[in-house]
Unconditional design. Structure first.
Length: 366
């Protein structure tokens, strides 16, 4: 049973099997309930629960469940029987116990606080039928031995959910920004491609043969594979850029090959990987607003950096924008402070080396 509990942390559908095993041990219908200000759902409902009973509990009867309400404020690890909170005479006249539990023949209950995560509490609840004996101290001890494993497994489950959400959000953000992303092994085998990258793979500049990424020409393929091999070294991979021609001679795809850590927002990888960021090259000019957001610049600082990246001299920029050379130098000093570099050439190199700044982003997709 312990194995099944931990297996469920990795495969959420396994919680139904855990509940079945708990029902066998506790001799009654069992559920894992999620509640915030009120119960909002179940990680796993009792095996025999009907949808109408689940809905009526979540919509109405929950407020009369004294033990469940107690679990909202109870510390993790607390276990109690509802007979400790409700007398037999009260059971006959309180709506939750007489109407709801009476209809499903759930008489005595035992509850345990399994996990608290922010405003959320996960509680185990089990009930026995009227013809059965109440839960006793031996049942509490048994549940107490299982509770640490249930709590740890739920913690892992929540972390896995959060990691999956983070990965989904990161990749979705790249989709919205019209940035293609491909994850490849050191020998250029494709492990993942987002929607924008798949469009590139169908567009003629890049392709996949036997799961291996290739470019439109043999020489471009050699350059691409060399960039991937250099990036997919652990540790010490080096980022590189490659420009790939497409079928239309006037167009190219600009690719940044960068190392991927073993653990990253994209996922967990046991073999060395490279991340390929795809887009159309911007040329030398980088939009002011993108520079401003990337480095936390003022509008004036961003305009100066964009001009320097485009090759304009500081004196020429001051003359064109009708500011004094002293003011231009003041903005340049602010750029050094915010970017962490000390020389103008390093400042320009920093901006040009940033892969996201160098890619074309269609404003219509933002």
């Amino acid at each position: 049973m312990i194995d099944a509990i931990y297996e469920a942390s990795l495969h959420p559908e396994g919680w139904a099997g855990v509940v079945l095993a708990l029902e066998e041990v506790l001799k009654g219908p069992t559920a894992l309930v999620v509640q915030r200000e009120r119960p909002v759902g179940a990680i796993a409902a009792a095996s025999a629960a009907e949808e109408r009973h689940i809905s009526s509990y979540l919509d109405h009867y929950w407020s009369g469940d004294r033990a469940m309400m107690r679990m909202r404020v109870a510390p993790v690890g607390e276990i109690l029987r509802d007979s400790e909170l409700v007398t037999d005479s009260e059971r006959g006249r309180l709506e939750f116990y007489s109407d709801y539990l009476g209809e499903i023949d759930a008489h005595r209950g035992i509850y345990a606080s399994l996990l608290k995560c922010g405003e959320e509490t996960i509680t185990l609840g089990a009930h026995r039928r009227r013809c059965q004996d109440d839960f006793d101290q031996e049942d509490k001890r048994l549940l107490g031995r299982l509770l640490p494993h249930l709590s740890r497994s739920l913690q892992i489950h929540r972390r896995m959910e959060a990691a999956a959400l983070q990965r989904h959000s990161s990749v979705q953000a790249l989709d919205h920004a019209a940035i293609g992303l491909i994850i490849v092994s050191r020998d250029a085998n494709v492990r993942y491609a987002n929607r924008i990258a798949e469009d590139h793979l169908r567009g003629g500049g890049l392709g996949v043969s036997r799961n291996r990424l290739h470019a439109s020409t043999p020489s471009a393929t050699r350059d691409l594979h060399a960039a991937i091999a250099g990036a997919a070294i652990r540790p010490g991979g080096v980022a590189a850029s490659v420009t790939i021609p497409v079928l239309d001679p006037s167009e190219t795809i600009h690719i940044i090959a960068a190392p991927v850590q073993a653990e990253s927002e994209i996922g967990s990888f046991t073999e060395p990987m490279a991340m390929l960021i795809l887009g159309k090259p911007t040329g030398a000019t980088i939009p002011d607003d993108r520079l401003r957001k990337a480095y936390g610049l003022t509008a004036a600082e961003a305009r100066l950096l964009s001009a320097l990246v485009a090759g304009e001299r500081l004196s020429a920029y001051a003359e064109r924008t009708r500011i004094s050379i002293t003011t231009a130098k003041f903005h340049l000093s602010a750029l050094f402070a915010k970017t962490g570099v000390r020389r103008q050439t390093d400042l320009i190199r920093l901006a040009l080396a940033d892969p996201v700044l160098r890619l074309h982003i269609d404003p219509a997709t933002m």
